[in-house]
Design a protein around this ligand. Structure first.
Ligand code: ADP
Ligand code: MG
Length: 247
């Protein structure tokens, strides 16, 4: 299966610190690729490099075979990279639907000129309703009335409204209790059937339950890469990172 998003030799330096060091990875549709590693390992920096938030110091990123390394966040979003943030990026004073509609509208801008006038107002709202249905959220009420878990679902709907091929999810369960986490975990599994999903997550139970592929990062480098079974069995990973947290 060919990769939708591929990165080779990615590095990112912050002054004297190499936050991501010569990292390569491939994301495929139908695959949930988890990136794990201790705090400061470079996981969020990797997501920012892939999304275009940060330029890499070295390396190349391809989306659907095209080099997107020099493209802005907006251009990459149009090209099909959707993401959520470790800290939420929602507008709480607006309605649930409006949050998603704005994202859908931004995604449709280049296509707008092609639409007949009567379709213009309808297209983003239909896309927004579709994205909300997909994540299992009702399209009513203000965003601030949602529970913590529902806000995370809304963030994913915002990303889906951009019509991505790749979804980059940076700790989408952060701060969730078990009750909030269950529907999100089911949603991630479901999304991985249709999109290439990269998931940064620190809860090992979740990672081992949902991931098809796991990359373990330590100090910006790939320490190990493989199936959940491989990673669980890896002595290198256990010694360097998992410690006694995995039975
Ligand atoms: P993780 O998400 O795995 O916890 P990060 O990617 O956030 O790790 O950070 C990796 C390292 O890079 C950390 O040492 C962090 O302090 C540093 N870092 C991240 N972003 C910046 C930045 N914008 N400027 C300087 N240092 C940064
Ligand atoms: Mg992080």
């Amino acid at each position: 299966m060919s990769a939708v998003l591929e990165a080779k030799g990615l590095s990112r330096r912050f002054g004297g610190l190499l936050a991501v060091a010569d990292l390569s990875l491939a994301l495929r549709v139908g695959e949930l690729h988890a990136v794990i590693g201790p705090n400061g390992a470079g996981k969020s920096t990797l997501v920012n490099l892939l999304a275009g938030e940060l330029p890499p110091t070295e390396g190349t990123i391809w989306l659907g075979g095209a080099d997107v390394t020099g493209l802005s966040v907006a251009r990459r979003a149009h090209a099909g990279i959707g993401r959520t943030f470790q800290r939420t990026n929602l507008m709480l004073d607006m309605t649930v639907l409006e949050n998603v509609r704005l994202a859908a509208q931004a995604a449709l801008v280049p296509k707008r000129a092609l639409l007949r006038r009567a379709d213009r107002a309808l297209a983003p709202i239909d896309a927004a309703r579709g994205a909300l249905r997909r994540v299992g959220l009702a399209a009513t009420g203000e965003a601030r009335t949602l529970s913590h878990g529902q806000l995370r679902q809304l963030e994913i709907a915002v990303a889906l409204a951009g019509q991505p091929r790749v979804l980059l999810l940076d700790e989408p369960l952060a701060g969730s209790g078990a009750e909030d986490a269950a529907p999100l975990v089911a949603l991630m599994r479901d999304l991985a059937r249709e999109y290439a999903v990269l998931l940064v997550e620190h809860d090992m139970d979740v990672v081992f339950a949902v991931a098809d592929i796991i990359t373990v990062m330590v100090d910006g480098c790939v320490l190990a890469h493989g199936s959940p079974g491989d990673i669980r069995a890896s002595a290198v990973v256990r010694d360097a990172y998992l410690g006694h947290s995995v039975a």
